[in-house]
Design a protein around this ligand. Structure first.
Ligand code: ATP
Ligand code: MG
Length: 398
């Protein structure tokens, strides 16, 4: 029997719903697949009708490639497949290789024709290949709950045969939706929010505020670790580390304690906008979830919005803490987020901030402040760090 060519077959979902823009989305997806697997040996990426093929000829790391691909936004699923000519004999050869050495009592064949002019229908293929497996293994056909499902995807020139597949994140390829600036604390929520924006196709730049030297630098280390992790989904990230301490020192001179937290938050928004605009960001994003804490009531969210001119997107607004935590665990950010740190929002503020502050109150509190100068102070003191994934490419700019 001829040696079977290994490949990874990638399916997408939402992109297939796009009409005019589909080629653009696919171009991004292909590029991201290449980038995500660039350190894992030879992989050549090809667009086929309705799916993408990663040719793994000469590649010994197929499983690792599959894991990487399962993290590429836009991918619905991926499967390591044998690739054979579209003749029934060749399909049987691939099916025989697939069942060899496997133990299963029941199975089904799920054939699918990507073009309808193939001389056999999918039902006929299911029957023919099913009978072949029964004769070879003695297993029975079970259409509803099979132990093994064998997928056969028939394209004009070649057919792909595979069993298991891994799910991808779905959504849209990073880079197709524009740039957003994420306010990244060291907490559980904001990394999840940033990831959700990536999954909608955004490129995310990260902005973290710290109060060094008034508080320890632990929050910066967490922000770095979080960005490093999240870069696995977007391949290159910028992290802007902004010193808030001096600004906070000025704020406390004139702003009464219950309002300080708001003024900090509004300063963060203004500075993030200034940084974000320089990178072409079209919106900001935060990890706020309605009512989760006192600072996230509708009234208080409105006060934060009034300081912004760009839209503030809050992808977690309708999620509860358990849902957010579960997602953080899936992403691997949870373990980083729960490390203790020194949150800049706690500097010079009372334990119980107001839950309702009017626009007039906050305006009055801010009126003694020279906002443009404070914003410039934050922007000027910012340090930029760049992260790359895969890390082997560090230092090379794409
Ligand atoms: P998180 O878990 O994301 O820290 P949280 O539940 O602690 O959120 P808050 O402290 O009210 O909520 O912060 C709300 C949002 O404000 C955060 O999700 C984040 O987007 C932003 N934020 C808070 N602190 C910082 C910071 N030090 N640097 C950048 N953004 C911040
Ligand atoms: Mg927090």
């Amino acid at each position: 029997m001829a040696r079977l060519r290994q490949s990874l077959i990638v399916h997408y979902h939402e992109i297939s719903l796009k009409r005019g823009n589909r080629p653009l989305f696919l171009r991004h997806l292909l590029r991201n697949l290449e980038r995500a697997t660039s350190d894992l040996g030879p992989v050549s990426v090809h667009q086929l009708p309705g799916r993408i093929l990663l040719d793994l000829e000469g590649n010994e790391q197929g499983d690792a490639v599959a894991v990487r691909v399962s993290r590429v936004c836009g991918v619905a699923s991926a499967a390591l497949a044998s690739r054979v000519p579209s003749s029934v004999d060749a399909m049987k050869g691939a099916v025989a290789a697939l069942v060899e050495g496997r133990r299963f009592a029941s199975f089904r064949i799920s054939a699918r024709r990507a073009f309808k002019t193939y001389p056999m229908t999918s039902v006929e293929l299911n029957r023919e290949l099913g009978a072949f497996v029964v004769a070879r293994t003695g297993a029975r056909v079970d259409l509803t709950n099979p132990e093994l499902e064998i997928h056969v995807e028939v394209l004009p020139a070649e057919t792909f045969v595979y069993a298991g597949r891994v799910s991808g994140p779905g959504g849209l390829p990073v880079g197709t939706a524009g740039t957003v600036a994420a306010l990244l604390s060291g907490g559980i929520d904001s990394p999840v929010a940033a990831w959700r924006m990536m999954k909608r196709g955004c490129r995310v730049i990260f902005v973290h505020f710290h109060s060094v030297p008034y508080l320890p630098a632990t929050s910066q280390a967490k922000a770095r670790a979080l960005v490093e992790r999240l870069t696995e989904w977007q391949y290159r990230s910028q992290l802007f580390l902004v010193p808030l301490g001096e600004i906070q020192r000025e704020v406390v001179l004139s702003v009464p304690p219950p309002l300080r937290g708001f003024v900090y938050r509004r300063m963060m928004v203004r500075i993030t906008e200034a940084i974000g605009r320089q990178s072409g960001a079209l919106a900001l994003t935060t990890g706020e979830s309605l009512g989760q804490v006192a600072s996230q009531t509708l009234t208080n969210i409105a006060r934060v919005n009034e300081a912004a001119t760009l839209p503030i997107l809050r992808p977690l607004i309708g999620m509860d803490k358990l849902e957010i935590t579960a997602e953080a665990q899936r992403l691997g950010t949870f373990e980083i987020s729960i490390e203790p740190d020194a949150d800049c929002c706690t500097l010079f503020v009372p334990k119980h901030p107001s839950t309702r502050v009017s626009e007039d109150e906050i305006r009055a509190a801010e009126s003694p402040l020279d906002l443009p100068r404070l914003i410039a102070m934050g922007v000027d003191g910012t340090r930029l760090e760049v992260f790359e994934f895969p890390p082997a490419l560090a230092g090379r700019h794409m």
